[in-house]
Design a protein around this ligand. Sequence first.
Ligand SMILES: [Zn+2]
Length: 665
Amino acid sequence: MAKFSPYSVIGEVPVGDMVWTKGFWADRVECCRSSMIPNMWNILANDSLSHAFANFRIAAGMEEGEHSGPPFFDGDLYKWLESVASVFAVTRDPELDALMDRVIGVIARAQRADGYLHTPVIIAEKNKARKAAAPGPAYAGSDAAAPAVKAMIDRLHFEVYNFGHLMTTACRHFEATGKTAMLDVAVRAADYLIDRFANPDPQTAKNNICPAHYMGLIELFRITGEPRFRDFAAALIDNRNLIQDGTDDNQDRIPFRDQRKAVGHSVRANYLYAGIADVYAETGDKTLLPPLFSIWDNVAHTKTYITGATGALYDGVSPDGDEDHWSIQRVHQAYGREYQLPNTTAYNETCANIGNALWNWRMFRITGEVRFLDVIETVLFNSVLSGISLDGRKYFYQNTLREESVMPVKLRWPRHRSAYLTSFCCPPNVLRTIAGAGTMAYGVTQKGVTVNLYGGNRLATKLKDGSPIKLSQKTNYPWDGDIAILVEEAPAEEFSISLRIPNWAPGATISVNGQPLEVPCAAGAFHEIRRSWVAGDLIRLKLPMAARMLCAHPLVEESRNQAAVMRGPIVYCVESADLPEGLRIQDIMLRSDAVFSEEPGTGALKGLTLLGCVGARLPSGLEDSLYRELPSRAPEDLSLRFVPYFAWDNRGEGEMTVWLPLRWA
Ligand SMILES: [Zn+2]
């Protein structure tokens, strides 16, 4: 049965009820199964490279050693495990099941008797105790023999982040397998947190760094039905009000209910907003809605890249503050000021983009509004998939919109895809998002189902009244706008099938069994078709797929008089691999009267639809000075090729740009 929340209008289809069968997402999930998951397991279980699994074995007492890696490494293993569970839900592959059992067995052994589970602290405690028990001269003042104490929750240690992903993964594993081994671990961990935060003070209230635990606790409540997990998540929002010296970086300088703009670290922000939307869905606390909707407006209309990415800045200062409380604070990996969306130095951590999708999925479930699904689709196709190479084995931490090899600036993360990242949070987050995207493809409503995402798939689930329904989709979307939805099984009573018409698709048409619908489709809304359905009924949706040129709001200074190319939900870019030898990205222009042709990708880009048009090249030979006279010669015509942005940097290290200067015809 779909999961309904009392204050949501959309129920979530359980993992396993929807399977991608053929086409774009089927290919990505197959790549996840055959390449991404095994390749990442080789990384996580490679003790000399990542140590993530070794940390659990040592914490479990199966081996001796020290913790190695960042403190959020536990969460990275959980995220990988979540992707395995989601893939298992549709493949039922016994090898994946056995692998999960093995890993979960070690995770469970690593958990402390009181429920605490964070390998850096547990390993330190074990090694301390071992040293104390070892024969040899005791030295004065040693506290080595002290028993393990309840660890403090330290937000810089990412304990609560790890706990949150533990809970989310455990719920997904239970849904996929029906097994409770991981769920039991998560319940004990959640109860530890409840106990630990029973009497919050300003210090313990500052627990929230990358706060994955709001989402984790609410999911745990949905799966177990135990109200204490929901109530604890709600109480944590109030606990934040105790914080005296909060920061915009952590979204706790002022109480959440007073916030109206997105500030600070964008992963922390998006995880927080997603978690609080979850709390609303279960509690109906209306005081949470003004900040959620205002912050969403602020992000969607002034702080989101055309790729759906968020978190523009590597480093900046807080845009918040007022005349009475003006304090300049450093923020990092952060939401900047309104319209502050640089291209070459765009940060856009993959985890922040995923957080944006997680948040919008929860806003959609609360409201049933298409605008949130439009964000999700943009993020999935562009700024999530950009985070992993087409072969599933290389990653981006940041997702820039322009790469210029001549930039004399060293930025913190590699500008090209890497097989491993020392901060490994993003890669497994991409895996779990790809593997679990099917749960967002449909929604169950009071009246029927919504079709949220398009792609070849098969849905076998139940309507809200429990009656079974089966649908199948056939389409080559997003390369083709023709989508066929076949009703394979339907209850005798009338119900609605509501098709999402994206905001970019005015002119979409629908027919049922060959008969065009009389009511025209409105873009940016659901088109509800309510009738008695029978097996064999066929819906045809046609979305207009002509390439389009977009420009940015004039206040986005770094994209002024430039245009980007989109086709359907796909953002395109130009790579130097497709330019004449020696020509730089900065030397090319788009003509405002461009007419686009389509061509199939070849080689590494096989299966993708590329675009071509006549653009222009600037006169060559400009001197290398900061300011120069305008060249007297006119730009010359130049053939341009555009490739999907998510597929950039799969053909060697070159330059890339999404935005191109416009030559007005
Ligand atoms: Zn990340």
